[in-house]
Ligand binder design. Structure first.
Ligand code: ZN
Length: 248
């Protein structure tokens, strides 16, 4: 490595360059699919567990054209501990919060898609987006049947990331995120976007793809006027009972 590369990350693990290249590929793909337009979104991988350190996209960059120098290494508080010209995005703290809450997390991805933006605004008062009965739910870790429902929590958007991180920690305090079938695979910020994660970058990427498919399906289902998964719990339960009876 030349002096240029070592000036960017002073103490890279053997896998850092590889991880950065995989995050750059995520940026190209997610921009192309409309989930990370403009300078929106940020992507991270856990570089170290003890102490907790993440490699994350630096602030304010076009995600379709990330260079190898467009990443910083941050500590558990989101402060840059290594990285040349970049500065950490304010949203870095949410990546660190999820990595700290769930010791099995290897990567956290944040996106700003149309469907996540719209649904998170529509369902903010309800507190979560309900997704029920779709085969694609099986793409979320631990889910093995379409006969299930997930509630994707929604937090009100804010520019106060410290307060938001506190809210996230409080909301997930009693949730076993490491369970074989976690009840939470991601969360939404109202009229803003999605945070999801995985044991590694491949799983986190899959979760983005699955959630984006499901958000679009739920939103379009409502547009078609058959809002099964948008119905109140009692109605959704009735619908599920009907489904089960039909299968017997
Ligand atoms: Zn964002």
């Amino acid at each position: 490595m030349g002096s240029h590369a070592t000036a960017t990350l002073q103490h890279p693990a053997d896998t850092s360059a590889d991880a950065i290249d995989r995050l750059r590929a995520i940026g190209r793909e997610f921009h192309g699919r409309g989930w990370s337009l403009g300078t929106s979104s940020n992507y991270s991988v856990v570089a170290s567990r003890d102490p907790l350190e993440l490699i994350i996209t630096a602030s304010g960059l076009d995600k379709s054209a990330l260079g190898r120098d467009d990443f910083v290494r941050v500590d558990a508080a989101g402060n840059v501990c290594d990285g040349g010209r970049g500065r950490a995005s304010a949203e870095t703290l949410l990546h660190c919060t999820m990595a700290a809450l769930d010791p099995t997390v290897g990567a956290v991805l944040h996106t700003h898609s149309q469907w996540a933006t719209l649904l998170s605004g529509l369902d903010l008062a309800r507190g979560s987006v309900r997704i029920a009965g779709y085969e694609m739910l099986k793409g979320l870790a631990g889910i093995t049947t379409h006969e299930t429902a997930v509630e994707v929590p929604i937090f009100a958007n804010t520019q106060d990331m410290t307060a938001l991180a506190t809210d996230v920690r409080r909301r997930f305090a009693d949730v076993d995120l490491t369970a074989a079938r976690p009840t939470v695979h991601g969360f939404l910020l109202s009229r803003h976007g999605l945070y999801t994660w995985g044991r590694d970058l491949a799983e986190a990427r899959r979760h983005v793809e699955i959630f984006e498919f499901l958000f679009e399906a739920v939103a379009r289902e409502r547009m078609f006027g058959t809002p099964a998964s948008a119905a109140p719990r009692s109605q959704a339960g009735h619908w599920q009972q009907q489904q089960q009876q039909q299968q017997q």
